[in-house]
Design a protein around this ligand. Sequence first.
Ligand SMILES: [Zn+2]
Length: 348
Amino acid sequence: MTDHADTATTPGLVCAHHHLYSALARGMPAPPRTPGDFGEILELVWWRLDRALDLESIRWSAMLGALEALERGCTAVIDHHESPEAIEGSLSVVADACAEVGVRVDCSYGVTDRHGPDAARRGLEENARFLAGGGRGRVGVHAAFTCSDETLEAAAGMAVDHGVGVHIHVAEGPIDSDAADRLRHLATDDWLVVHGVHLDDDHGLAGTVVHNPRSNMNNAVGYARPTRFANPVALGSDGIGADMLDEFRVAYFRHREHDVAASPETAWGWLAAGWDLFPEARDDRVTWAYDPMDPWRLAFTPGVGPTRVEVDGEVVWADGAPTRVDADEVRARAAEEASRLHRRLDQT
Ligand SMILES: [Zn+2]
């Protein structure tokens, strides 16, 4: 192997927190009024969108999201899904769509009491069904502030029973600032503690903190300052695509804005922590159109993309296109589904 091949390749990148269902949100009708804070962004945008999802829109959303991950060298997505009007079977739809494109996925259904105890129970059951069937995943919880203590305990217990962790939003905004007190006795090292913006430095929650710098900026919830935590830190997109080199770059600049002595090696370490959460991605091989793949260079080089992506020994991306699916067809079908979804949203 030449030096060039060594320095222009990496394992498959990992997105440690994604919402593939948000891929069709782009172009959605404007909310009835401009959201004034994080809570209103949830109510007026995301909780309208997730109620309008059916299994067909979930499928094409995941197909498009997986395609967009692959084209940026991301071969493994840790997804967090919610579709209250189409719960049963939804995780299999997401998993099948990713498999069709050739992207690895780790699925969870975000349980919540927002739609009543019956919907919370059905969400838990969807996690259990998927995991019991051999699916790769974790037990999802939306967030402590939309769940009763009973639901949080049930999710944590279910995760233990299946030998997996819990994937949960934690203290993303001030509305969830008591999350640590409600979760501390339940959390274990295999939990994904997503965001943590409003956690105390010594919050005492076990698990990996997943930092989503661009999403936090978009929701104006503040900077998580992840270097203050004792936990491992990984990087997610929170549904804004899966261009993890770009997310690394945003993470670096956000860090640098906070601390002028910050090095891109720190944000690169957060990106690399994804391989601890999704070790199979280490077996994937991405050849990049840039050499060498060095953090100090990449921090200042936007637009670096892959020329070839191998997942589990199979070439799934080459010559600017996916090998398993027709990219134009995926985009066209996703656009049709997006129109249907947006019409339904207009009627709510
Ligand atoms: Zn999220």
